[in-house]
Design a protein around this ligand. Structure first.
Ligand SMILES: NC(=O)c1ccc[n+]([C@@H]2O[C@H](COP(=O)([O-])OP(=O)(O)OC[C@H]3O[C@@H](n4cnc5c(N)ncnc54)[C@H](OP(=O)(O)O)[C@@H]3O)[C@@H](O)[C@H]2O)c1
Length: 310
């Protein structure tokens, strides 16, 4: 089978194209491209079918486990494929590991080390119990997320662009330092003992609920890594589509009730708006996938995320 490879501008990408056996899969084509170019490894490649010029249709993305013949449309021995370089990639595990490692390492620095000397505070620092519990709570949260990344989540996408590592690390590392600075500050004023206990107690219950939500999501995927989406059911998922984001938001609320800083609440607002946008997209995708037509199940009536009661 002859495969002609063109760039998105229509220029020939590999001179003379590639010759593959008739039963070749998209994965075989990706390997052949890598072998020839020595640069574009499979996860860097986005392969699509050409769309007629002027058409507003979205191009069909070639799925790596399908046979090339499935895309040939009658002409069995010749296919034109559009190649796009997605840029350097990293695994999702690497991305998540680095974004969570920052807050896990940076926060204790503000607690244990005399960093405030560099900000002009020379006096002796008195550590309040809430600051110690906040440290444990924070570290438990990010340690849990790293463990979930390696041992719980079954990601459907193997890799993410390298540039996302810098963007996501900037987000988590900056917010981590910002909150750590204020919660551990020598002039920090603690809340009442009761408020602290309510905040941490509630937050901890939500962290455990969040872990349980991730176990439910993990069990929706078969361990062979075949991906695909199912209707999440059980526990808080019976009420909201993104129960994991809901419990994540509430556990940050618990942390903020206990520690009460502007920095913490700013993070809560930003994280809530990010997760709400993602939740809306996930809810739309599940409703589209499970539309109740042609034997497909119908997605049940559910909130998207709580709050803000969408
Ligand atoms: N503080 C913050 O700013 C913030 C922001 C985002 C996330 N988080 C935390 O990080 C956790 C993970 O975030 P995430 O965005 O990766 O969560 P997510 O997309 O909702 O899902 C976590 C895992 O479950 C899979 N999954 C989700 N819905 C599924 C379905 N219907 N059927 C089968 N599998 C499904 C996902 O697969 P795919 O790989 O296909 O997506 C992913 O591997 C969140 O739950 C939250 O606790 C915090």
């Amino acid at each position: 089978m002859k495969v002609t490879l063109v760039s998105r501008s229509g220029r020939e990408f590999i001179k003379g194209g590639l010759e593959l056996h008739d039963s070749a899969t998209v994965a075989d084509l990706q390997e052949a491209i890598y072998k020839r170019t020595k640069k574009f490894y499979p996860s860097r490649q986005r392969l699509t079918l050409p769309v007629p010029s002027g058409s507003k249709e979205r191009p069909v993305v070639l799925s790596y486990n399908k046979s090339l013949k499935d895309y040939c449309d009658g002409n069995q021995n010749n296919i034109t494929v559009v190649f796009k370089d997605l840029g350097p990639q990293v695994s999702y595990r690497t991305l998540f590991f680095f974004e969570y490692l920052g807050p896990l390492v940076l926060y204790p620095i503000f607690y244990y080390f005399p960093v405030y000397k560099f900000f002009g505070y020379e006096g002796k620092r008195v550590i309040h119990p809430v600051q110690t519990y906040a440290l444990y709570y924070w570290c438990f949260h990010y340690f849990k997320r790293i463990m979930e990344t390696f041992f719980v989540h079954h990601f459907s996408h193997a890799t993410s662009p390298l540039s996302n590592v810098f963007r996501n690390c900037a987000y988590y590392w900056t917010f981590g330092s910002y909150i750590a600075y204020y919660v551990n500050h020598p002039l920090y004023t603690p809340v009442s003992d009761l408020q602290m206990k309510i905040g941490f107690g509630f937050g901890l219950v939500c962290q455990l609920a969040n872990f349980y939500c991730h176990i439910i999501l993990k069990n929706l995927r078969s361990p062979d890594g075949s991906g695909g989406y199912q209707i999440p059911r059980g526990f808080v998922f019976n009420i909201v589509t993104c129960a994991n984001y809901t419990t994540e938001i509430y556990q940050w609320l618990g942390f903020n009730i206990a520690t009460q800083t502007v920095a913490g609440y700013v993070f809560l607002v930003v994280a809530t708006s990010i997760m709400t946008n993602w939740a809306l997209a996930k809810h739309r995708r599940l409703k589209k996938l499970f539309d109740g037509k042609e034997g497909r199940p119908k997605y049940p009536r559910r909130w998207v995320i709580l709050p803000p009661f969408l």
